[in-house]
Design a protein around this ligand. Sequence first.
Ligand SMILES: Nc1nc2c(c(=O)[nH]1)N[C@H]1C(S)=C(S)[C@@H](COP(=O)(O)OP(=O)(O)OC[C@H]3O[C@@H](n4cnc5c(=O)[nH]c(N)nc54)[C@H](O)[C@@H]3O)O[C@H]1N2
Ligand SMILES: Nc1nc2c(c(=O)[nH]1)N[C@H]1C(S)=C(S)[C@@H](COP(=O)(O)OP(=O)(O)OC[C@H]3O[C@@H](n4cnc5c(=O)[nH]c(N)nc54)[C@H](O)[C@@H]3O)O[C@H]1N2
Ligand SMILES: [Mo]
Length: 725
Amino acid sequence: MKKLTSGGGWPAIRYTLRKAKEVGGIWKMYQALRTKNACKTCALGMGGQRGGMVNEIGGFPEVCKKSLQAMAADMQGAIKPEFWSTYSIEQLKAFSPYDLEHCGRLVQPVLYERGAEYYRPIDWDEAIGRITKRLKSLPPDETFWYFSGRSSNEAGFLLQLFARLYGTNNVNNCSYYCHQASGVGLTSSIGSGTATVVLEDVEQADLVFVIGGNPPSNHPRLMTTLMHIRQRGGEVIVINPVIETGLVNFRVPSNVRSLLFGTKIATLYVQPDIGGDLALLTGIAKRIDEMGAQDGEFLANVCEGSEQWLEHIRSISWSEIHAKSGVSQSDIDAIAERYAAAKNVVFSWTMGITHHVHGVQNVQAIANLAFMRGMVGRTNAGLLPIRGHSNVQGIGSVGVTPKLKDAIFERLEREYGLTLPTTAGLDTLGCVEAAHEKKLKMGFCLGGNLYGSNPDAKYTAESLSRLESTVFMNTSLNTGHAHGLAKEAIILPVLARDEEPHATTQESMFNYVRLSDGGPRRHEGPRSEVEVIALIAEGVLADSTAIDWQSMQDTGRIRDAIAKVVPGYDKIADIDKTKTEFQLGGRTFHTPKFPTPSGRGVLHQHQLPDLRGGGDQLRLMTVRSEGQFNTVVYEQEDLYRGQDRRDVILLHPDDIARLGLSDDQRVTVRSGTGELRGIRVRPFAEIKPGNSLMYYPEANVLVPRQADGQSKTPAFKGVLVTIDS
Ligand SMILES: Nc1nc2c(c(=O)[nH]1)N[C@H]1C(S)=C(S)[C@@H](COP(=O)(O)OP(=O)(O)OC[C@H]3O[C@@H](n4cnc5c(=O)[nH]c(N)nc54)[C@H](O)[C@@H]3O)O[C@H]1N2
Ligand SMILES: Nc1nc2c(c(=O)[nH]1)N[C@H]1C(S)=C(S)[C@@H](COP(=O)(O)OP(=O)(O)OC[C@H]3O[C@@H](n4cnc5c(=O)[nH]c(N)nc54)[C@H](O)[C@@H]3O)O[C@H]1N2
Ligand SMILES: [Mo]
């Protein structure tokens, strides 16, 4: 497959037209996209009350191929009743993620019982009845509750409240596999776990760092902002072991000039080795110090620990930094010079930073660098974790974390007279490990694909199959519905956000709360997430809590509760009447005062980890292709990386020669965790030698369960593999 020389552009437009045709025409697709609902894909956020395709500063049309993919998926036809008696579980296991997604929308509850070969449709009463009976029979701490980030704040809040009143804190969300390291790292540095900036700040910056992310594929709307920065003469520095085509040149489809001629994005592109960021970031700081370009006053007056930190980075040798980052002195100097010259700098990062055993330290090192020149705590500069799912941040804000934030805990007990569990609760990987040890009996999943998103796929299938029961609330089929099934598995079909009978809310990565109006259902059968949760809660807890669970089917009632207990969310109470979307209080930092115990920014010192691998061992990153959304695969090809299939390993031509391999040769890729056979070797000059790339979720067979001790995030990008021909 020919590799493109720019991202976006005509291929993206042609794709849009093709997808529109699939769902019944451009007008139908346009109407679906223009409803007043928050966009379903990434957490950059658009849509809501300004109407679809509009961002929070009014930019229109913000079309993105990804929102189209998600919309087209929800507009699919229904899975027919005979499907369930046609395809056995064994056959479903042989379906690829692509096949499963394209089976259509789930519209009936279905049940699998061990011993049976097939799922069988059951009615809603039976489904809810079985679930409530099971829950009543179990000690609460033998259950766990996993949430993905596509559901609403209302559904997230209600389900976590139910789980706690039922009696467990084993409540967690997909953030544990995503930006948890950002939340933990940022909180340790500035006392707050989310972006310190709003979109307008990024638009006004004159230098933006894009570290460890592939926004042309995963956050296409960010590309418009990066284009604006370049057009105004600003700079974009990319730090990534892979030269991602769209970060070099991107054709923003909504901008005629950019569409025709392309926009150069990166002014400087630096390739560390996988896992080399901590050493590189430390090196940049060291060079800034040598240049005397730090803001000494800011470090002295606004930060704590700066003297010790400066001493520490001065004591680290340049040779150590070069060896552990894989970056040359001239590249480090070039970054430092640009940083020193810039006035307004935003640091953004994604999974290349968090998916490592030192993910939290990576994030702290970014904060250190920002503190160094006073680039956090003022307008047009700051820290920006580029978040994943469209509402993953909101789900976390409203209480979907093992231990509740003190403020939420206290207010829930005070306002509602509730008694909540005080145990630590398990994180996501912790739940999968406890299931393996048979300490858990039941898992309840609000959306997502817990099996597919986990490291060590074989172990995960074993773990989940040791459960007595799993409940999945989903819109479409995925690999988790075929692999690792518990003794009893029930899939409950739910409505997508724009089909909800009641309004719901979502929170963007800029801490902006959007209102989604919902809309007409596309299929008979699926139910609203909050309705299902309220019914189950009523069945289990009607006699033991004072809460009128039935009334909680009305999302307005849930918002009243969120307004009372979640800090910053007070304006949500009457949002469906005022239709006024809002910026969450206390999250944006335009002045240099931070909610840490001392009110100052905290500098953290780090020992630099050795680069792993070497010799026959290659470092492996597991990433997304252009054609997928997490474990859901929409198309087999990866347009910008020039790949026509997914069962490939991308290697630098030098490594192919060094290891005596040849292009397109079939090989076995092995790690300490598992192996994948029949993988094709693909030459990829854009990756730094010594490093390799494979696609998630398939590559999870190879990913060990090694996680960052502080954030519990698995090292999805820090795998070591060997290749056998
Ligand atoms: N279309 C689409 N959009 C999405 C998603 C999707 O699957 N599809 N997923 C959503 C979600 S949940 C998330 S979390 C985000 C994910 O968004 P990204 O973080 O952009 O996604 P990944 O494909 O995991 O890739 C990461 C990038 O990290 C780089 N990388 C790998 N290892 C390292 C390293 O050690 N150091 C550095 N500096 N870079 C490294 C890779 O080369 C790659 O460019 O996107 C969200 N948006
Ligand atoms: N090796 C490797 N593993 C990884 C990663 C990696 O980069 N490499 N990335 C990690 C990251 S960042 C993340 S976030 C996780 C992703 O983890 P998850 O969030 O658990 O997985 P998704 O694939 O996003 O979930 C897809 C499913 O969501 C359901 N869905 C879609 N819309 C809705 C809705 O409105 N309501 C409900 N109830 N369900 C809906 C559909 O049925 C679909 O099958 O994976 C992690 N795993
Ligand atoms: Mo994510």
